[in-house]
Write a protein of this length. Sequence first.
Length: 81
Amino acid sequence: MLEPFRMIAEQRAKAAARHEGPDHEESVLFDALLLTLLQAQREAVLAERNRGTLDPTTVDTLIEQLDYQEAAVASCIVNRL
């Protein structure tokens, strides 16, 4: 579910380390969009949990993946400062 976004974040981090890729404004917009998407995914997972359609182990795994993804985005943001 989150693998494509994880790959994008890793590619962006590598490009940022080489000082390549989109300009600063595009990076800020992309990161804001990605954080919004991650929040929406988190809310969807929690809604499914509350409906009883996801078991606790699955919820824990998905939330953990979202946490890692958010940390990767936050790291990109901090590295640009």
